[in-house]
Design a binder for this molecule. Sequence first.
Ligand code: AMP
Length: 461
Amino acid sequence: MCGIFGVQGVPGAASIVHLGLYSLQHRGQESAGIVAIDDDGTARVARKMGLVSDGFDGATVGSLDGSLAIGHTRYSTAGSSTIDNAQPVLVRFRGGHIALAHNGNLTNATELRHELENEGSIFSSTMDSEVLVHRLAKSSAEAPATKLAEALQGVEGAYSLLVVIGNTLLATRDPRGWRPLVIGRTPDGAYVAASETCALDIVSASVVREVEPGEIVAFDGTGIRSLKPLDRKESRRCVFEYVYFSRPDSRVFGGSVDRARRALGRRLATECPAPSAELVFSVPDSSNSAALGFAEQSGLPLELALIRNHYVGRTFIQPTQAGRDAKVKVKYNAVREVLDGKSVVMVDDSIVRGTTTRGLVAMVRAAGAREVHMRVSSAPITGPCYYGIDTPNREELIAANMTTEQIAVHIGVDSLGYLSLDGMLESVPDGPRGFCHACFSGDYPTPPPTDPDKLRFGCGC
Ligand code: AMP
């Protein structure tokens, strides 16, 4: 879970990246960074902990000269929330510089790292992404795209990557296409690549196309070239991008996130109606579109019963449980005038640990709700994600440890209904096939990492 953005071919590229990162803030709020390469080939970097708006003033961005730049917003897993792990990574090697921004998780990072350490490599961070930088530096290939192709041989897991070598920007997705990455073009002809299309909109870029799974796209000022060095594998786009992670104003994997969420909400209303309810409300913002779909299908009025404080980030983005608990009340409040005496449907996109949900249900009841029927627009999350979403420990996943009935009691609702796995996969654009649903189904497309706990500290997304 991270956002990546790159631009090639326009002076002041860093200021375009800076804007793009604002639109990818929801993908990671722990740190943000920009690397820019000037016309003499000098690379400059600025990396800050916290939000894009906190860390990057005009002077900082203005000091990052050049017509090529990449940026990153980072969402880390536990224990790795430090500036050392902020991206983009920038290193100098015998061939000049390499800069890299990564969204995803490499599942064989531990093995690859051991291999490199045995050969004498020294690591300066705990990120899996650093493995890629070492492999790039070791490659003897001349052309940047070939170098990247070589470095990626034998790398397993999820990666959408932006890499700068010399004055070439490279964009690539792993052969299963877990994480999104789209190419756009600004009105003055510069190419951009971004995790989501909402980041193209902010810089007035139009969508050119997606980077295909297993493809390396090179932007070097003379246009774009494509290389397909990696055997394409069965598509495994992350269904959770549609359920929760991406912004509804984006298109990811070629489909509209808004349309996906509305369809999920409609299907949820069909599968799990709430006959006694008088109104529907969402847990803002990520379930707004699903709640709209539920309201549309059920005929119930959609109300604004929970108000979200927009100056507080995504709950889970606090890496410790203590931080998460405190944030529920800081982040939401209930509207008594809407809820008092009513039987209500509360729609959320997912339940992970149950912490937020439990706090919200208590809040809704305290505001007078007579009955609370919780409806979830995804299937129960029963397994960790090894591909870039922060749901790593089975022990922490409520649906891995309790039945739906037990969860209902635990979170304090009158009824609880989850969307079925089939219902979820049939509702998303271009479904039901070609998606990774491992966290819902246990169907992992790769062998799990040999050392998942290590992977946690090494999340490179
Ligand atoms: P909880 O009740 O503690 O399981 O939290 C559920 C809430 O977290 C839902 O509102 C989701 O929108 C949100 N959520 C789901 N998955 C994630 C994730 N991986 N990171 C951050 N927030 C998430």
